[in-house]
Design a protein around this ligand. Structure first.
Ligand code: RAM
Length: 554
């Protein structure tokens, strides 16, 4: 029951030419029936705060990297001049003055506050600016200086005219923030305004009471990392698993895959994963390719962004969901869509059994401009084909699945042979990628996860990788996740733990309330979008320490 809709290119970004959306009404209905209940809670600011730039020189920390390692800093802004919220009562704000409220931790929700005039009757509207920031940089850096590659409309900043006061003002948008700054652009020389009764109705579909406490003997630093990761999960759990509640506020399949894995070890909201699976299968692109991301409102719609790896991860999501739930009915319904993603991906193999390389934005892997994606994509292909094979074997007994088992076995054989013959460089003892035979972290990690070599060789490769540290490194928690997973799967748990501490531990030391979309320990200012104020500081793909800690170190 597929309906096909054609949309004009002018309306939607141009990733696919002649983009078409295929709708499976039954699947979409099923997803809608699984819409989660949202939980609301009212929270209030903890204190007033100001920030000072940190001019202290960088000093090497435990990891010998130039990263601040002091709990009193949030990135490189030092919170100072803290005051109780009650101080607002005696703080009339006039033209040009501002106040910053610290809610104590990260929140997602709807803001309201009261504005009362002080002095003469208000003879002009109050013109105010509200800024909301997950991090101090969003409050402190000038929005007008943003020149990045994605829309400045993500910056959480509002200008309002208030005509009548006293007034209770409720902002219509949902925000992700810890800090709220109100600045008076103008009142009139005759009156000021008092800010009071500031609150936020937080929203999430995550239910923290479902999450078991960690065993007492888990080390304190891991408990802290786990708590931050859980908060990240909670704030990203909305009507679907969002990638980030500040940005992009939508369902991306790469993020979903890692959220779902973490969810099975924590919140155990199986229906939320199921809902996302039905959405992806119910709203597909040209040739029924699973899209990279989906919008929910005003009506569910698949985006026209198509990525090789993200399409294949539909297989992983279904595979992991079945492993966690044993929900055979869902498996049966969604298996054809999953298998089809493998068929589509196979079209990209050249005669040698190697994925054809092209441009930038055909396969994601990591936010790293210099990364060649060919070998990593080959790894993702083999990794997901193996998961498809294990599902196909399960399906075999009840349907005519024997064909797909044979087909998948032969595809895997072809792709593994291709990787070994054309991507493995015996001299370098690394997998190479692309025409320029690039050696990167991502290529090694994905081909290790793909199980192209035996365990012993994988281990040697990972050790070699760490030792040689090729310059094309990892920049996102998403890529680090795969590194940790590769280490654990090859019996290197101690090294994995070391890197969890190295990476997520440093974010925690830098004052993270939730884990970030991006963190490059060697360059804290890194942003694929051109400015760190647009980065997301509560990002789903960064939540996996809870998965690792609970599954392997608890
Ligand atoms: C970013 C999103 C998301 C990621 C994609 C590839 O814009 O925030 O997390 O999956 O890119």
């Amino acid at each position: 029951p597929y309906t096909t809709l054609f949309r004009s290119m002018a309306q939607i970004t141009n990733h696919i030419e002649n983009f078409e959306m295929n709708i499976n009404e039954d699947f979409v209905r099923k997803a809608q029936e699984l819409e989660p209940a949202l939980h609301y809670k009212t929270v209030r600011p903890a204190q007033l705060v100001s920030f000072q730039p940190s001019d202290a020189p960088d000093k090497p920390n435990d990891w010998d990297l130039p990263v601040h390692n002091r709990a009193d800093r949030v990135f490189d802004w030092i919170p100072c001049r803290m005051q109780p919220v009650e101080a607002l009562d005696t703080m009339p704000l006039s033209k040009g003055s501002s106040v910053c409220l610290d809610f104590g931790t990260h929140h997602v929700g709807y803001i309201s506050f009261r504005l009362t005039p002080a002095g003469s009757p208000p003879d002009a509207p109050a013109h105010i600016r509200i800024k909301l920031g997950e991090m101090p940089c969003e409050i402190m850096e000038d929005t007008a200086s943003y020149q990045g590659s994605i829309s400045s409309s993500w910056i959480q900043e509002e200008y309002l005219h208030i005509d009548e006061m006293p007034a209770r003002i409720s902002l219509p948008r949902r925000y992700a923030f810890r800090y709220l700054e109100l600045k008076v652009m103008d009142t009139s020389p005759k009156y000021q305004v008092l800010l009071s009764d500031v609150s936020c109705d937080t929203v999430t579909s995550g239910d923290m009471s479902q999450v078991d406490p960690l065993n007492e003997n888990v080390p304190e630093d891991l408990k802290r990392i786990d708590a931050i990761a859980l908060k990240t999960m909670e704030d990203c759990m909305q009507s679907v698993f969002e990638d980030g509640p500040k940005r992009d506020r939508r369902l991306w399949i790469g993020d979903l895959r890692l959220q779902a894995l973490t969810n099975y070890e924590t919140f155990k909201n199986y229906d939320l994963v199921k809902r996302c699976l039905y959405l992806f299968a119910g709203l597909t692109q040209n040739e029924h390719h699973v899209g990279a991301c989906l919008f929910l409102r005003p009506a569910p719609m698949v985006d026209d962004t198509s990525l090789f790896d993200y399409g294949l991860f539909f297989i992983s999501c279904l595979h992991d969901y079945y492993q966690a739930t044993g929900d055979r009915e869902t498996l049966m319904q969604l298996w054809p869509a999953a298998y089809h993603q493998a068929e589509l991906a196979l079209k990209r193999l050249d005669g040698r059994g190697v994925v054809k390389d092209s441009g930038d934005w055909w396969c994601f892997l990591d936010w790293n401009d210099s990364l060649n994606k060919q070998a990593g994509a080959q790894g993702v292909l083999i990794y997901t084909l193996r998961q498809a094979l294990s599902l196909a074997r399960l399906m075999c007994s009840e349907t005519s699945g024997a064909e797909s088992v044979k087909q998948l076995e032969s595809w895997i054989e072809t792709a593994v042979r291709g990787a070994l013959e054309y991507l493995w460089d015996k001299e370098l003892r690394f997998f190479i990628s692309g025409q320029n035979r690039q050696v990167s972290w991502a290529s090694q990690i994905w081909l290790v996860l793909a199980g192209v070599l035996d365990q012993e060789s994988n281990r040697r490769l990972l050790e070699h990788l760490v030792k040689e540290d090729p310059p094309v490194g990892m920049v996102t928690p998403y890529m680090y996740h795969h590194f940790i997973e590769a280490l654990i799967q090859n019996g290197m748990k101690d090294t994995a733990l070391h890197y969890i501490r190295f990476y997520w531990g440093q974010m925690a030391d830098l004052g993270a309330d939730c884990f970030w979309e991006l963190f490059n320990p060697r360059d804290r200012y890194a942003s694929p979008y051109g400015s760190r104020i647009i980065n997301s500081y509560c990002h789903a793909w960064s939540c996996t320490p809870s998965y690792f800690i609970r599954k392997y170190f608890n």
